[in-house]
Write a protein that binds this ligand. Structure first.
Ligand code: FAD
Length: 290
């Protein structure tokens, strides 16, 4: 059964987890220990990221296959930037052989440091092209797409970005996983816009608990999410009072409130960006009752 089908049957809110494949094999035992601890809380599925530009795709394949073996339902991320149809087809075949049921169809970003990347040279231009391709080549597989509560940084307007998300859904995506965000109203607005167009597709919010100022800065510079002023002031105050530990605690408290509000607004479940760490995810689960 694909994750989309599992979502349709699901009555209660759920947790799902995003992992990234460790690049150093020496880190694999600790990684799989984390994976097993989180498996014990019965998540709906786990997703595994794909190296930028398709680099290290063997790592994604190895980790997805091992997660299936360890009892997870698994969605593999897959980017199409610079990829050939043959390479995508071979990867889908390998995923299927490893028991992976679903793919998060992404465009990806051009290689870092290549300002002259020619978007029109390759077979795939947008994630939409990959959704269509997978629907044709692998109709048995589930397909999810990325959505942006705060629009994608390249989008000239909100409306543009929402229009392109709608096109990915219309092309056959089963569900949406969002980019991380901190303002619940942005998620509510995104979902309302889709519902107003008649799409009932589940939209799973992606949540990243803030762990430090340093990680917050890195994340904001990479994905362009907005941070509410009130949250920023709370983190500053926590830093003044208790340093790094207090910032982490304030980040966790904020994530708990954010998750409760999202569930209250009808989110079907929560996709946690685990950063391959179990403790924080387990505390969030305990405090939100998910
Ligand atoms: P698209 O949907 O193609 O959108 C990209 C931009 O083009 C947007 O501005 C959109 O509005 C615009 N656009 C879309 N369609 C059209 C069209 N037909 N005409 C004109 N403009 C259009 N990256 C990785 O490398 N590996 C990962 O594992 C990974 N996982 C991710 C997981 C999630 C949940 C999210 C939200 C992002 C992830 N990313 C990952 C990052 C992602 O690859 C980048 O955000 C990338 O810049 C856009 O990918 P996309 O699939 O959203 O692209």
């Amino acid at each position: 059964m694909t994750i989309g089908n599992a979502l349709r049957q699901r009555q209660k809110p759920f947790l799902s987890f995003e992992f990234f494949p460790p690049s150093d094999p020496a880190h694999l035992p600790a990684f799989y220990a984390t994976v097993d601890r989180l498996r014990a809380v019965n998540p709906l599925f786990a997703s595994v990221t794909y190296g930028a530009g398709g680099k290290k795709q063997q790592n994604t394949l190895n980790v997805t296959t091992e997660l299936v073996r360890r009892g997870y339902q698994v969605m593999a991320h897959l980017t199409c930037v610079g990829a050939s149809p043959e390479r995508i087809t071979a990867f889908l075949d390998d995923l299927r052989a490893g028991g992976v049921t679903d793919v998060l169809a992404l465009r990806g970003d051009p290689p870092a440091g290549d300002p002259n990347w020619d978007w029109n040279a390759g077979h795939f231009r947008h994630a939409l092209d990959l959704v269509r391709f997978i629907r044709q080549q692998a109709p048995d597989m589930g397909v999810a797409v990325a959505g942006y509560p705060c629009p994608h940084p390249e989008s000239p307007t909100f409306a543009d970005d929402r229009h392109h998300l709608a096109a990915k859904i219309a092309a056959g995506a089963d569900f949406v996983v969002t980019q991380l965000f901190f303002d619940v109203r942005e998620y509510v607005d995104l979902v309302r816009g889709l519902r107003a167009q008649g799409f009932t597709t589940p939209v799973i919010p992606g949540i990243l608990p803030i762990q430090s100022f340093e990680s917050l800065r890195r994340v904001l510079s990479l994905c362009g999410a907005n941070i509410p002023g009130k949250l920023y002031l709370q983190l500053e105050e926590a830093d003044r009072q208790g340093g790094a530990e207090a910032v982490r605690e304030a980040g966790l408290r904020f994530a708990v409130r954010q998750i409760r509000r999202l569930l209250d607004e009808g989110a079907p479940g929560i996709h946690l960006y685990t950063l391959n760490k179990a403790d924080l995810c387990l505390r969030l689960r305990q405090e939100t009752g998910l």
